[in-house]
Design a protein around this ligand. Structure first.
Ligand code: CA
Length: 494
């Protein structure tokens, strides 16, 4: 063979092998919702299951793997979103609180996949303030955005704050899915894609499209056992929390947010009747709103089927955190109790993940970005705190997989104070340290603030803070020691 012939042969082999490798790398459809908590999915253990019909979420759970112990590291929108993208805890990526932003210079799963040859896009809720980086295309809501006729901003019409962008007519979940479908249609099929579809639903004010207005009309929704906890004293709770009466005041007042439908409290109602009425409206609206997510997941799955992309596309559906749906009389998130701490998460990838499988390993949102990099065959640079759970999903959990998670909520308000804690498979210890600290280097006084301990094996609904119980002292002391070790490790304290 002549020199030029050899060159051609080598060049062809290189082109074909590169092309082959590109074809083998999977597409990633990452669907994220806002506050769509596990109790409302219909596939997790929940008192609401008899009234929930989310066939597309159920389809994903039947065809993929449902995570049963996935947790966030800081249960609130902005920090969780920053953690999902960076694979880092809040104190490492700088997004501690709702008011924080994500620096566009930071390495994220999107910047890494984009530079490795993925076509990348994000549509919907962003909430990280600064202009998104790492996406070939994006259109994002300013801040929380609107449920109806949302304004969405792209690279070409970007302005900071509430400025820029243009209005899209319709219900936000439908609009966001439309943008995703349009983008998918335009992509080069010889290259893999990362598409992040971020619904605004089911965030307060829990609005829904008109097609779901009749759902649950006249029905009585099942109530959690702890709905009528009016004082946390008997349970030993050390903070007052965000009680449903606050939501009821917002329903009546109507100025905090624009709530759907009608709501009125009748004179002479007892406190229990008031709480029940608020809960009934809240949960019905929440599930109607969640149903709009399910509809649109269905549209995306149908597209993958009809376009022949389903086999080589990893589909993930998760929420940025969980939410209280009336448990302990609360709504909202933030607190390290089970409902807000848990992240519902389902992943489908027919090539590697057995259909209908369940993964009980302890996973955290710091692990999501490393997982996606692993599937995309992109090396980690060491910036991420989490760890890929690709082998766990295929049925092989590494021997040294974590058996406890570290959690820290930074924002501090009197009724929902800042705290940190540890959760193992069967226990939880939380320290509400009583102040608003700005950095991991600020000294925490262990003797100040309050502590809560829950024996999750015996008390999975966290109905009794057993921190002071005589029979639990040995467990509490042992867990405190482990919590300090975890803090030192995660927060890199000396
Ligand atoms: Ca959220």
């Amino acid at each position: 063979m002549s020199a030029s012939g050899r060159f051609l042969a080598v060049a062809l082999v290189t082109i074909f092998s590169l092309h082959g490798a590109e074809e083998q790398r999977p597409n990633i459809l990452f669907i994220l919702s806002d506050d769509h908590t596990s109790q409302a999915w219909g596939v997790y253990d929940s008192i609401l299951n008899p009234v929930i019909f989310n066939p597309n979420i159920a389809r994903l759970a039947n065809e993929g793997c449902l995570l049963t112990n996935a947790f966030c590291a800081n249960s609130i929108c902005v920090p969780s979103r920053a953690t999902i993208l960076t694979g880092q805890h809040s104190h490492r990526n700088g997004a501690y609180r709702l008011s924080d932003a994500l620096d566009p210079e930071r390495e994220t799963v999107a910047t890494r996949l984009q530079s490795s040859g993925y076509q990348t896009a994000l549509f919907g809720k962003w909430h990280l303030k600064r202009k998104p980086a790492g996406f070939d295309a994006f259109r994002v809501l300013p801040g929380q955005g609107r449920y109806w006729n949302p304004l969405l901003k792209g690279s070409e019409d970007w302005k900071d704050g509430g400025e820029g962008g243009r209005v899209y007519e319709g219900f936000s979940a439908d609009v966001i899915a439309d943008l995703c479908l349009d983008w998918l249609d335009e992509q080069d099929r010889s290259k893999p894609f990362l598409l992040m579809c971020h619904f605004k639903a089911t965030h307060e004010p829990f609005d829904y499209p008109k097609r779901h207005a009749g759902l649950y009309q006249g029905m009585k929704m099942p109530e959690p056992a702890s709905l009528y906890e009016f004082s946390g004293d008997a349970a030993g709770r050390t903070f007052s929390g965000q009680r449903l009466e606050t939501l009821g005041e917002r329903f009546v007042d109507g100025t905090f947010m624009d709530y759907p439908g009608e709501f009125a409290l009748e004179k002479g109602m007892s406190p229990r009747e008031v709480r029940s009425a608020i809960y009934q409206k809240f949960v019905k609206d929440f599930l109607r709103c969640g149903k709009a997510i399910d509809d649109n997941i269905g549209r995306l799955l149908d597209y993958l089927d009809t376009s022949g992309l389903a086999d080589n596309t990893i589909v993930i559906y998760t929420a940025d955190q969980g939410y209280f749906l009336g448990e302990h009389g609360f709504f909202d998130k933030r607190i390290m109790y089970e409902e807000p701490l848990r992240m519902p998460f389902v992943v489908r990838y027919p090539k590697e993940i057995p259909a209908g499988s369940r993964l009980a390993d302890m996973i955290q949102n710091i692990d999501f970005a490393p997982l996606l990099l692993d599937y995309a065959e992109v090396e980690e640079t060491g910036s991420m705190d989490g760890r890929s759970f690709r082998s766990n999903l295929s049925g092989e959990t590494p021997d040294d997989w974590r058996d406890a998670i570290y959690y820290r909520y930074w924002q501090h308000q009197e009724n929902r104070p800042a705290h940190y804690g540890i959760r193992t498979a069967s226990e939880k210890l939380i320290h509400f340290y009583g102040t608003s600290l700005q950095s991991v280097h600020d000294l925490i006084d262990e003797s100040s603030g309050t502590w809560e301990y829950y024996d999750l094996a015996k008390d999975p609904k966290e109905l009794r803070n057993a921190y002071a119980a005589t029979e639990k002292q040995e467990s509490v002391v042992a867990l405190k020691r482990r919590l300090l070790e975890l803090r030192r490790q995660v927060e890199q304290l000396r």
